[in-house]
Design a protein around this ligand. Structure first.
Ligand SMILES: Nc1ncnc2c1ncn2[C@@H]1O[C@H](COP(=O)(O)OP(=O)(O)OP(=O)(O)O)[C@@H](O)[C@H]1O
Length: 506
């Protein structure tokens, strides 16, 4: 290999008793796309933070272009030519897109806006520079992060799960962008749990398990099963078959829902859907087509005006003006897409985060916290959902992204709701754990739970759902029976190219 652009030797980093990285050796070649593979908590993000100067190693050396360096801060890393797109976004919600970018890239607002539009157009990362970040979906925020990074003209670009919220068409476009960048002399460190992506994009891969390097391979020389086994050290769980449908009672019904929140939000028009007991409805679509707005209306974060009646029903009741707590009392549970902002409070322990939604399970009595029960609930959730953490006392923010997601999904499932709504349920979750979550959802469906899933992963929706509806520009396609449709048809609805069929299902 030509002399490496970046070379790490013996890098070690511990957080208290957790050895997040141990004796890591890694060489990143110039003009290469290098994957970092590993299950949730394997130490991938920690390693990237060390390279980007967010954290400092306890020991080990870093060389950049053959010269020893200590990257003491992200500003220093950026000066050297290292850019990073984080898994958790680092944008200010109350600022606009261009204002956020201006915090890092100097220039006049008008010039920057022009560059944002141009890059957005070139790399299919379209986003309005004037939009406030709080009004953007997770997918759109990620686009802003990527554009911001590209604007600093990096020599090494670190991407921590960049494709997790992109629709399939955009993933391919992003890959073309990344290949172009590589051919132009930029190296890329690429974290993803999707093995097919790594095989189609990357020329090298380093595998981590339990904070240690377990291999450096050429991912194109191994099939997905082999890579999965190297990564998780065991075989994948088998999917659970769905029982035939019996028409269960309606647990969620949206009837011609119309809603416009603010000028930057996507207006929803005439949205209708039904989720019955014992079935899973999947909502497909490219992020930014009204998913966040729809999720907020279903969860009760956004309430309908008092005069807008008979549009949202849960367990047969009109809930459009009821808040989240009232909806939860009817047997509703919810996993939001934004796990750190809405799903959990990062500074609080897992036990307290458990209480946020599980307190009705007699975890609070006479106004006082029943510590033993709350801890037992959290312990069960950690065990049942294979959450890798030091225990119920750990702060939510200290968990790796995928492990926190497993915790939140577990907490909501343990409430035994009648209606469970999950937005991007396996986002950032490694392949083994994602398969386990899907298996669990199938078995809950078979036991009679009504489940609604919003996901940008078509494969996931095809594996899970009995019916699929597609959200495009704030309108919803008719329900399609999953076994009678195919990804091409769904894809046509996703880009608005499919004429609305007459009723596709009874
Ligand atoms: N700030 C922190 N405080 C305490 N522990 C931490 C902190 N950051 C990471 N850890 C721990 O270090 C280990 C490695 O975490 P890391 O986030 O690097 O994993 P990862 O491979 O990126 O996982 P994922 O795929 O879930 O994002 C985990 O056990 C995690 O809980």
């Amino acid at each position: 290999m030509p002399s490496p652009l970046l070379s790490l030797r013996g890098i070690t980093k511990s957080y208290g008793p957790v050895d997040a990285n141990q004796q890591i050796d890694l060489d990143v070649a110039p003009r290469s796309i290098h994957a970092i593979l590993g299950e949730n908590g394997a130490g991938k993000s920690t390693l990237m933070k060390l390279i980007y100067g967010v954290e400092q190693p306890d020991s080990g050396t870093v060389a950049w272009n053959g010269q020893p360096v200590s990257l003491a801060s992200p500003a220093e890393a950026r000066r050297a030519g290292i850019g990073m797109v984080f898994q958790h976004f680092s944008l200010f919600e109350s600022l606009t897109v261009v204002e956020n970018i201006r915090l890092i890239v100097s220039g006049k607002k008008s010039e920057l806006s022009e560059r944002i539009r141009k890059l957005g157009h070139e790399f299919s990362l379209d986003v309005d520079p004037r939009a406030y970040v709080h009004s953007l979906s997770v997918g759109e925020r990620q686009r802003v992060e990527i554009i911001r990074c590209l604007m600093t003209d990096p020599k090494l670009l670190i991407l921590d799960e960049p494709t997790s919220v992109l629709p399939p068409q955009a993933v391919e476009k992003l890959f073309e962008t990344l290949r172009r960048l590589r051919d132009g002399g930029v190296s890329i460190l690429f974290i993803s749990h999707k093995l097919e992506e790594i095989q189609s994009l990357c020329d090298r891969a380093t595998i981590l398990r339990g904070g240690r390097v377990t291999g450096h391979v050429d991912p194109r020389e191994h099939d997905a099963h082999e890579l999965a086994r190297m990564m998780i050290g065991r075989d994948m769980p088998e999917p659970m078959p769905a029982l035939p449908l019996v028409e269960g009672e309606k647990r969620l019904e949206l009837v011609g829902l119309d809603y416009r929140a603010d000028p930057f939000a996507v207006p929803l028009s005439n949205v209708s859907l039904t989720v019955r007991a014992g079935e899973i409805l999947g909502i497909a679509g490219i992020s930014g087509n009204g998913q966040s707005e729809l999720a907020a209306l279903i969860s009760g974060e956004t309430l309908l005006p008092r005069d807008q009646r008979d549009q949202i029903f849960m367990m047969g009741q009109d809930v459009g003006t009821l808040d989240s707590a009232a909806r939860r009392r009817l047997g509703f549970a919810f996993v939001p897409e934004d796990r750190l902002g809405r799903g959990a409070v990062p500074e609080m322990s897992l036990t307290l985060n458990g209480l946020l939604t599980a307190h009705p399970l007699k975890l609070v009595r006479h106004g006082l916290l029943d510590t033993a029960r709350a801890r037992a609930f959290t312990d069960n959730c950690i065990r049942d959902f294979d959450v890798r953490t030091r225990g119920p006392g750990a702060e939510a923010g200290s968990l790796s992204g995928g492990n926190l997601q497993k915790f939140i999904v577990g907490r909501e499932i343990m409430l035994a709701p009648k209606l469970l709504f999950l937005a991007q349920p396996t986002w950032g979750v490694d392949i083994g754990a994602a398969a386990a979550i899907r298996k669990r959802l199938m078995s809950l469906r078979n036991e009679g739970m009504a489940i609604l899933v919003i996901s940008e992963e078509l494969e996931e929706l095809f594996e899970l759902s009995d019916f699929i509806q597609v959200l495009h520009h704030g309108t919803l396609s008719p329900p399609l029976v999953t076994r009678d449709t195919n990804p091409e048809e769904i894809g046509r609805y996703m880009i608005g190219a499919q004429p609305q069929r007459q009723k596709a299902t009874a």
